[in-house]
Design a protein around this ligand. Structure first.
Ligand code: HMG
Ligand code: MG
Length: 283
């Protein structure tokens, strides 16, 4: 039976945050506007982080102000702290995301905090966002491997995921940040996480450095996950995960899911158009 799978488009954020060229706001707006016609329910297009840490995301408020909002689409933003959340609310983000890690090395490198410090920092962000009526994603990075600490234990991922869920995150997105995982490693990690969190609140976020993102999606599907992040044209990577490639490409993921008999509701022609725009933007 055809089952619906949601693809959350993260290209305008995860994709573009890593580009070396300063991309004008108008180009980002054009990409988001094209994606808005493709049938996504959620497009992550902004990140209210320190511009000293990630200069490419500095124009996020202007991006949210410049796009033409399509009915039924939520435009989402990363918010690492209360300051970021306040800016996101003013800019009109429809859903926000805090982002932690399962490894101490990445947590320190990416957000300058230990795991426990980051969880304490996220708690008021999540509470304030929920009070304002917004859904909150809780990202967990480095769910199998960390560029600084090496292999990551499934129990460490489950611990951070459960804390984020318990503090009020509405969805946990599991970040395979390095794109190096084998499906068996993803399976072991999911066994631990799904012991703590109902599967309908869990998303898979696979980078594709090793070319196994689609195989890892399939493994996650077999565990019952039905929400996956992807990046148009396969753009991206994280500035604090050296050598990591972009997310699984949205078009490839949508085609793969269709081949497995899943509905994504996406328009492949519009996706191809957005993919061409994304490739032109690449530095
Ligand atoms: P810090 O240096 O510890 O924070 O950074 P601070 O409070 O000392 O502030 C430092 C400066 O940043 C100050 O400015 C603050 O005002 C400013 P100064 O006084 O030096 O001029 N600042 C801000 N500016 C704008 N917006 C804000 C904000 N907060 C402070 N919200 C901080 C801590 C978290 C801010 C920093 O480490 C940071 O911004 N990190 C973001 C890193 C990032 O965006 N990484 C990529 C996203 S995560 C990812 O890609 C992984 C994911 O895709 C999943 C996966 O693949 O695994 C989600
Ligand atoms: Mg990512």
């Amino acid at each position: 039976m055809a089952e619906t799978v949601e693809i959350v488009e993260v290209g305008p954020r995860d994709g573009l945050q890593n580009e070396a060229r300063a991309i004008p706001v108008s180009e980002k707006v054009a990409l988001v506007d094209c994606l808005s016609r493709a049938g996504f329910r959620r497009i992550e297009c902004a990140s209210f982080v320190s511009p000293k840490w990630v200069p490419q995301m500095a124009g996020s408020a202007q991006v949210l102000a410049g796009i033409t909002r399509a009915p039924g689409v939520l435009y989402t933003a990363l918010t690492p702290n209360l300051r970021g959340l306040e800016d996101a609310l003013v800019a009109g983000a429809d859903e926000v995301a805090v982002f932690g890690a399962a490894s101490e090395g990445f947590s320190r490198a990416n957000i300058n905090a230990s795991i426990d410090e980051s969880l304490a920092r996220f708690r008021p962000v999540v509470e304030t966002a929920r009070t304002a009526g917004l859904g909150v994603r809780g990202y967990v990075s480095c769910v199998t491997h960390c560029p600084y600490d090496g292999p990551v234990a499934p129990a460490a991922v489950a611990r951070v995921a459960a804390e984020l869920f318990d503090m009020g995150c509405t969805e946990i997105s599991l970040g395979e940040t390095l794109g190096r995982a084998q499906p068996e490693e993803v399976g072991a990690m999911l066994d631990a996480v799904l012991h703590e969190i109902p599967v309908e609140h869990v998303a898979g976020h696979f980078h594709d450095t090793g070319g196994r993102a689609l195989a890892n999606v399939e493994r996650a599907l077999s565990h019952g996950l039905r929400i996956f992040d992807a990046s148009v044209g396969g753009l991206g990577g994280c500035p604090y995960a050296p050598g990591a490639a972009g997310n699984v490409a949205t078009g490839a993921l949508a085609a793969h899911l269709a081949g497995l008999g899943h509905e994504t509701g996406l328009d492949m022609e519009v996706l191809a158009e957005a993919g061409a725009l994304a490739r032109e933007m690449r530095s």
